[in-house]
Design a binder for this molecule. Structure first.
Ligand SMILES: [Zn+2]
Length: 333
C-alpha cells in the first residue's frame, strides 16, 4: 500500500474506511500522478521558488562567524570526479555534521582505485570501499560522471550512449541506488547529448554554467556555483545569500591548494561550520531537489482540480520515493 494513504490525516480527510478503498485511492492517485507528469512536464509556469517569501538580512563578511542568511535556503554540495582528497579532507567534516552530498563518479576511475595507498597525488581517485563508506555514513546521492570522462561533444552517438548507459548500470548495481543525475564531463553538452541523456533515463543533467537551478526551465542544464582556488569563503556565503538554491561544485580539497580546482581544507571547514550554524540552511542533494519539484507539480495539479488545498504539507510527508520513481518510469518519462 502506498505510504501516501497511510497518513492518518489524509485518510480521515478523505473519509477512507477500508483497505480496499485505500488501495483504490492509492491507484487513482498514482494514475493522477502519471497524468500530471505526462501533461505538465513541458509547461514552464512561473517557479514556486520565486514565490517563497524571503527575509533579507544584512550579511557580515567579518571573520567572526556572524553571517546571517536569508531564510529557507537550500545548499547542494557536489563533488565531481571522486578524488581521494574528498575522502581524506572533506568526508570528516561532512561526517561531523552528517551533511549529504551529490557525488559524481567516473566509473572507469572508480574501478582503478586500489587500497591501501598513501595520499600521494591530488589526482588519486577514491576506491569503491571508500565511496561505500561515505554512502553508509552520509545521505549521498551517487551521480554519473560518465565512464571515461571524455568531452562528449566530440563523441559519436554510440559512444555517448555507452558513456551514459554503462556508467549508470555500473553505479546502479554497485551502490544499490538508482542514479538519476548525469554530470557532463567538462560541462561539455549540446542538444543531442541532452536528448540522449533523457533517453538513457536520467532525470537531471548538471552543467558547469554558473547560476541558480530551476527545474522548470533547466532540468538538463542545472547551473552551479563553482568553488575554485581563487574563491573565498565570503564569496560563497554571498552567493548563497542571494539565491534560494545554490549548487556548490567542488573538485578537490587540499591543505595547500596549488591547482585551480583545489580548495583549502581549512576554508572548507570554515564554510561548513558557518553554514551549519545557520538554521535557515538545509543541505539537500540534486535527487531531493528533483523529488521536491515533482511533488510541486503534483500538488499544483491536485489543487487545480480542487481535490486538495494549495499548500498541503501532509500529502508528501511520507511519499516513498521508490514508488515515485517506478511510477515515473512507467509513464515513459
Ligand atoms: Zn569532471
Amino acid at each position: 500500500m502506498s505510504n501516501l494513504v497511510k497518513n492518518p490525516n489524509l485518510r480521515s480527510a478523505l473519509d477512507l474506511t477500508s483497505n480496499n478503498t485505500l488501495k483504490n485511492i492509492a491507484l487513482i492517485l498514482f494514475v493522477l500522478l502519471a497524468i500530471v507528469y505526462a501533461n505538465n512536464i513541458q509547461d514552464k509556469p512561473s517557479t514556486n521558488f520565486q514565490e517563497v517569501a524571503v527575509e533579507n538580512k544584512s550579511i557580515s563578511v567579518e571573520p567572526n562567524n556572524s553571517y546571517k542568511l536569508v531564510r529557507g535556503k537550500q545548499v547542494i554540495i557536489c563533488f565531481d570526479d571522486g578524488y581521494y582528497s574528498v575522502y581524506k579532507y572533506a568526508f570528516p567534516v561532512l561526517n561531523k555534521y552528517k551533511i549529504p552530498i551529490t557525488f559524481a563518479l567516473i566509473t572507469a576511475s572508480l574501478e582503478k582505485g586500489k587500497k591501501p595507498r598513501e595520499y600521494a597525488s591530488g589526482y588519486s581517485f577514491m576506491n569503491m570501499g571508500e565511496v561505500k563508506e561515505m554512502i553508509d555514513s552520509l545521505g549521498i546521492e551517487v551521480a554519473s560522471h560518465s565512464v571515461t570522462h571524455r568531452d562528449m561533444t566530440k563523441l559519436s552517438t554510440d559512444e555517448i550512449k555507452y558513456e551514459l548507459a554503462k556508467s549508470k548500470r555500473v553505479l546502479d548495481s554497485i551502490f544499490g541506488q538508482e542514479v538519476i543525475t548525469f554530470v557532463y564531463p567538462y560541462g561539455a553538452v549540446n542538444s543531442r547529448i541532452i536528448e540522449l541523456t533523457k533517453a538513457a533515463n536520467y532525470k537531471l543533467g548538471r552543467s558547469i554554467i554558473w547560476g541558480e537551478p530551476n527545474l522548470w526551465v533547466d532540468r538538463y542544464l542545472i547551473p552551479i556555483k563553482e568553488v575554485r582556488m581563487s574563491t573565498s569563503v565570503a564569496e560563497v556565503i554571498s552567493h548563497i545569500k542571494y539565491h534560494k538554491t545554490t549548487v556548490l561544485l567542488f573538485h578537490r580539497i587540499a591543505p595547500q591548494p596549488s591547482y585551480f580546482t583545489e580548495w583549502g581544507d581549512d576554508q572548507f571547514k570554515e564554510l561548513i561550520a558557518i553554514l551549519k550554524s545557520d538554521e535557515n540552511i538545509n543541505f539537500i542533494t540534486l535527487k531531493e531537489l528533483y523529488r521536491e519539484w515533482w511533488q510541486d507539480i503534483t500538488a499544483k495539479y491536485l489543487a487545480k482540480k480542487g481535490w486538495l488545498p494549495e499548500k498541503n504539507p501532509i500529502l508528501f510527508q511520507k511519499v516513498d520515493v521508490d514508488q515515485t520513481r517506478a511510477f515515473n518510469t512507467s509513464v515513459g518519462q
